[in-house]
Write a protein that binds this ligand. Structure first.
Ligand SMILES: C[S@@+](CC[C@H](N)C(=O)[O-])C[C@H]1O[C@@H](n2cnc3c(N)ncnc32)[C@H](O)[C@@H]1O
Length: 378
């Protein structure tokens, strides 16, 4: 089978965990980029990457890359490309662009040039043209221009892979599924149990943890990937990949999740059901101020509420978290993501600090180790 190079995109700070995931699924020539990881493999690996990866946003397949010196260069070369080999004129398509070049005033114009080239190519070769559907296209084309370097890729995922399909309800500030999966991997959780999210909101961290530990892949829930619309799609190869990855069923691993609001727990339960992990998660309504650990060596991973600015209420709230951990969670490993300002008020010394972006907000993901001897964090 032919080997090709691919680009998996991700969030800033998750490049290394994504590279690790790619190595685990058998990718070759794994190389870390900016918010992306390059790798190579055959078509089966491409299907597997979409089905299994938890920290990737999209998997792009570069189909042409060249130097351009004008907008017309983009058009001419794209018009000579054999688009009719990749998809049919009865299918819809869309172009997504990221342009960092003086050759174009805006990325919309670059997208338009590429769209025109594709449509004109079909008209010339097939006598008919595919339609544009910017919301739900069958074929998604990615255009990346950096100075004079232009890369055109097919987006094999279609809708971003963070949209797992299990989020039927959400609270005010749900965490991205890809970020939750990334934090779990960045932490040193042994995937054997006792993970607790005591401020679970819509349940993303608990659901992603239960999926990871119980080998439930995001692709199992997802309805469709864009590569299934390509002329080259091989359903038999896809089925054999799914059978292989689904063959191993590990011993069940339980995780625990609670939140102060019953409304959030109801949402989280529905999401967990949709993800097929409700049997692995024990949910309960509880104020963290009163929550007792469920295991001897608990492992906590959570994101407390935080805003852009620190308020006196935040200081008290984070102080409460620190006090509760110090006095009731001896022998616990605790990972918290929040803003550095909020985390200062916890009053515990972290043993690790990882900078990470949550949306556009600069956050810190910190590890606290609590020991029974002194009842103090080290
Ligand atoms: C930033 S949200 C967590 C979002 C969650 N990770 C998700 O993906 O939906 C913080 C959560 O902490 C909960 N919370 C606030 N104060 C709490 C407390 N004292 N005890 C337990 N949960 C609390 C809120 O109800 C909210 O759901």
């Amino acid at each position: 089978m032919n080997k090709q190079t691919y680009t998996a995109t991700t969030m800033a700070g998750l490049e290394e965990v994504l590279a690790q995931e790619l190595i685990e699924i058998g990718a070759d020539e794994v190389q870390i980029g900016r918010r992306s990881v390059y790798f190579s493999g055959d078509s089966k690996l491409l299907y597997k990457a979409n089905y299994c990866l938890r920290t990737a946003l999209r998997i792009l397949v570069p189909v042409d890359s060249y130097k351009i010196y004008s907008a017309d260069d983009l058009y001419q070369r794209a018009k000579n490309f054999k688009w009719e080999d990749l998809f049919g004129c009865d299918q819809t398509f869309a172009v997504q662009s990221a342009v960092f070049s003086d050759l174009f005033n805006n990325s919309m114009f670059a997208s338009l040039k590429l769209k025109d080239a594709i449509v004109d190519r079909f008209r010339y070769k097939v006598g008919n043209r595919p339609s544009i559907d910017s919301k739900n296209p069958d074929i998604l084309i990615n255009l990346h221009i950096s100075n004079e370097f232009c890369t055109i890729s097919l987006d094999s995922s279609g809708e971003s892979l963070h949209k797992r399909g299990y989020r039927v309800g959400q609270n005010d500030a749900p965490m991205s599924e890809v970020l939750a999966a990334g934090l779990i991997r960045l932490s040193d959780w042994d995937r054997k149990g006792n993970l607790i999210d005591p401020m679970c909101g819509s349940g993303t961290i608990a659901i992603e943890a239960a999926m990871l530990a119980n080998r439930i892949f995001p692709g199992k829930i997802r309805k469709k990937f864009a590569f299934q619309n390509w002329n080259s799609f091989d359903p038999e190869l896809y089925r054999s990949m799914v059978n292989e990855v689904e063959a191993e069923v590990p011993a069940p691993v339980k995780v625990f999740a609670s939140d102060i609001l019953r409304r959030n727990i109801d949402i989280a339960c529905k999401n967990a059901e949709e993800a097929g992990v409700d049997r692995f998660i024990e949910f309960k309504v509880s104020d963290f101020k009163l929550l007792e650990p469920v295991a001897e060596k608990p492992f906590l991973l959570f994101n407390p509420p935080y805003g852009e600015r620190l308020t006196p209420e935040d200081t008290n709230f984070y102080g409460m978290i620190g006090e509760r951990l110090k006095h009731h969670y001896t022998d616990a490993t605790v990972w918290i993501i929040s803003t550095p300002q909020c985390l200062k008020s916890i009053g515990l010394r972290p043993s690790r600090k990882i900078s990470i972006l949550n949306g556009s907000l600069e956050c810190s993901f910190r590890k606290y180790e609590l020991y029974s001897g002194s009842k103090k964090s080290r």
